[in-house]
Design a protein around this ligand. Structure first.
Ligand code: ADP
Ligand code: MG
Length: 322
């Protein structure tokens, strides 16, 4: 199978939406713009052995490569529209590619995302998605808008993906149903697309949780002019599944330091507290207040003792030798 047959067979589909004038098949895609909106563009790469294990199921990989990009769009308050998919493949196994495309398109279809192009090359396995979405002019949610006194919220539960990674990295053996449910969070992150869009009128700042809650929140307070964040440990939303496997005390550092949750963390002025409660009910998604923005720079934790301590161990980061 050559690259053109591969694209034709697994990635070319009729365009369903009139936003795409020319999709896959020409040198470039031609898309309609929206006059009253800003275009938000994001991109993210997943590399074998760095972002996923070699034995990952292709359907999970197809899902995740798009999900992490939709999560970035959600964090900007953008409504997703289109995506480009760059594949670097060491082999072209039909069954593997078919499953990859099923994982990709089933998520794309749920959020009305059209695949409008990409690139396909031979090489070590890695995937890059570039995606575009729309926000009304000037309404993108940024990391830089948090203000002293804002309430800090997170969606869903935190720490599950990192616990899932621990379980997968542990000694081989049969995994229990409970363990598999936690691992599912790592395999199939759900982008908080509807939440991101709904937060536009209320949130002063937002970020998606890819590197770990403390590290990602640190980006927000730094970008917002050197503010700080005070997190109450006993407010952190942990899943029932994780609490069946570990104690709350064991889970707190995982929830703060572990990445890959793809929940949204956002800041809201205190007067909008009721709006956020209403939104959580409407979306049937827990939105939990975990602390407050503060004028003292840094990430601060308030634990059982009630004493504030600075959080020090950082989240995930790529390093290169100098
Ligand atoms: P060119 O050589 O002109 O850059 P390609 O042969 O790489 O074009 O691609 C042909 C068409 O197929 C283009 O429309 C491109 O966007 C699309 N395409 C290539 N790879 C992929 C892929 N993995 N997924 C979706 N579309 C792809
Ligand atoms: Mg060309």
């Amino acid at each position: 199978m050559d690259e053109f047959q591969l694209i034709d067979r697994f990635f070319s589909r009729p365009t369903l939406f009139d936003n795409v004038k020319i999709g896959i098949g020409d040198d470039g895609a031609v898309l309609k713009t929206r006059s009253d909106q800003d275009l938000v563009v994001v991109t993210d790469t997943l590399v074998e052995g760095v972002h996923f294990f070699s034995d990952i199921s292709p359907a999970d990989l197809g899902h995740k490569t798009l999900a992490v990009n939709l999560s970035d769009l959600a964090a900007m308050g953008a409504e997703p529209d289109w995506a480009l998919l760059n594949l670097v493949l060491p082999a072209a196994d039909s069954k593997w590619l078919e499953e990859l495309s099923i994982g990709f398109f089933s998520l794309a279809d749920r959020y009305n995302v059209t695949l409008v192009g990409g690139d396909t090359s031979y090489g070590p396995l890695n995937l890059t998605v570039t995606a575009g979405g729309w926000v009304p002019q000037g309404q993108a949610l940024c990391r830089s808008g948090a203000r002293n006194g804002d309430l800090i919220y997170v969606s869903g539960t935190v720490g599950d993906a990192a616990l899932g990674l621990q379980l997968l990295s542990g000694p081989d053996g049969r995994l229990s149903d409970g363990e598999n449910r936690v691992i599912e969070r790592l395999r199939r992150p759900e982008p908080r697309t509807l939440l991101g869009k709904a937060l536009r009128p209320w949130a002063t700042a937002a970020i998606d949780l890819s590197d770990g809650l403390a590290a990602d929140l640190a980006h927000v307070v730094v970008a917002s002019g050197g503010l700080g964040a005070v997190i109450k440990e006993d407010c952190l939303p942990l899943s029932a599944e994780a609490l069946e496997l570990r104690t709350r005390k064991q889970l707190i550092p995982i929830a703060l330091g572990g990445g890959d949750d793809y929940e949204l963390c956002f800041c809201v002025p205190p007067e909008y507290r009721g709006e956020i409660d209403r939104l959580g009910n409407e979306l049937r998604l827990p939105l939990t207040m975990i602390g407050k923005i503060d004028s003292t720079p840094g990430i601060w934790l308030v634990g059982e003792s009630g004493v504030r301590e600075e959080y020090r161990s950082g989240g995930h980061r790529h390093y290169w030798a100098d």
